[in-house]
Design a protein around this ligand. Sequence first.
Ligand code: GLU
Length: 562
Amino acid sequence: MDYQKLAELLFPHITETPADIEAKYPPRNLPEGAKVTRFAPSPTGFVHFGGLFPSTVAERLAHQSKGVFYLRIEDTDAKREVEGAAQGLIKTLATYGINFDEGAVLDENGNITDKGAYGPYKQSMRGPIYQTYAKQLVLEGKAYPCFTTEEELDELHQINKKEAIKNTDWQAEAEARRAETLARRNFTLEDVEEHIKAGHPFVLRILANGDPEKKTKFTDLVRGALEIPENDEDFVLLKSDGIPTYHFAHAVDDHLMGTTHVIRGEEWLPSLAKHIQLFSYLGFKLPKYMHISQIMRLDENGNKKKLSKRDMGANMDDYTGMGYSPEAVCEYVMTLLNSNYEEWHAKNADKPYTDFPFNIKKMSVSGCLFDFNKLGDVSKNIISRMSADTVYEKLVAWAEQFDSDFAVQLKADSDYTKKILAIGRGGKKPRKDLATWVDAKPYMGFFYDPYYTMVDGYPAGFENADIVATLEKFLETYDASDAMNVWFDKIKAIAETLGYASDMKAYKANPSAFKGNVADISSFIRVAVTGKQNAPDLYTVMQILGEERTRARIAAQIAELK
Ligand code: GLU
């Protein structure tokens, strides 16, 4: 076969050579050991929690090593492309601290544009580049056209598959596949000329020389040593529109853009043999690979399931509405990614996660388990360590977007709100009331008159008369300027008058001698003032509410209970 002629027939419009292209993508000038990584999403929808994983790893590895992290938009499948998805991806990723040094970025009008010298970063803009390499492969007898239409191919594939399933004769299937491949390879230049003249479309296939009986040794950065059977499948490199398949685009782009580490989902592991072959055919150095496991969740029966698109927590755009701050989500991702993160964090509580020395060796091979409870714990810790001012700012920003009524209340008297948010903050063991901003209203809403309602009711098992008497007596002696101990002595005194133990030890020694204890008395007052049985320290609550509001609430409760 005259490959030169074949190449010209197939790619008459390609005049550049790979060498011409290589010259436009010189090696990057980076310090020793710097890693070049990328995130390469297909713009088919939102960022999935499972996508935040590889992108976080890629971002950390690049930036920790003073390398480059770039974004490539893999839009080779126009049918699956969703309008605006690429813009959405960039915005969402930025929210989670995934910032790209290079690649597809947004301009001031929110449109996608290229930043960096290794573009275009949108695969649909790179047609001629792929075709140049495709032409070279044809020239070298490593790729060939296939004029069978896509429908015909699909049909053939289905028939073969059905036959194989019916017979479950894998040997026969392999033989049928082989025969199919050989038939495809069997064409003449004249055949091609005729097809081209008639304007028939073609796909370009690799001429696979692998022997699946033979295995290539390969080391995945998380999975360790693997043995990959060689590829013998003449897979498609270019589709009939001249647009590459993932495999071909991956090889050409990651080579030209200088990627040193490919971090991607484990669903690509079965294609690795193809990629190894392709890099070798093209004379490219194989990058290092890390295949990241899918994120799992537990279903109602406690079985592990893949976290699918529709599951709660899958769409990264939902977290803001659910009231999680990006810091919490990022930290949670770190705890899942590196087993020693939590230990480090406990010792370095005030440092951002970006200071953590992320280590590939500490990544787990099996899929991580997504768990809202764990995310909630991480988030509680983070919020508990924020200053009241920070919480104020973030909570108000959230409320303005998702609960405007609450935002109005929060902002009406910012000093008042900040005092509330300062409760239990700053010490060694800060209170952990909020996992999300959604939790804020149920936690502190009672401080605002419009939200103050009887949530819990009074503790059961006590006489109404005792509750009323407690509240009345409290009002008789209450003085907002009392110090905490004086205030509490007054409550103890009420306990004693009503036959409740003022001393917990005495109560525990002989509970039947009392109607209850001072904690019950406090509880009556707490419920009257807050509407809840669980609330922050009652003295502090009253100090913030102020004498007038405290008295008004208690008085209203007395009236209601009578
Ligand atoms: N576009 C591919 C995907 O979304 C990228 C895989 C890769 O990172 O190489 O799965």
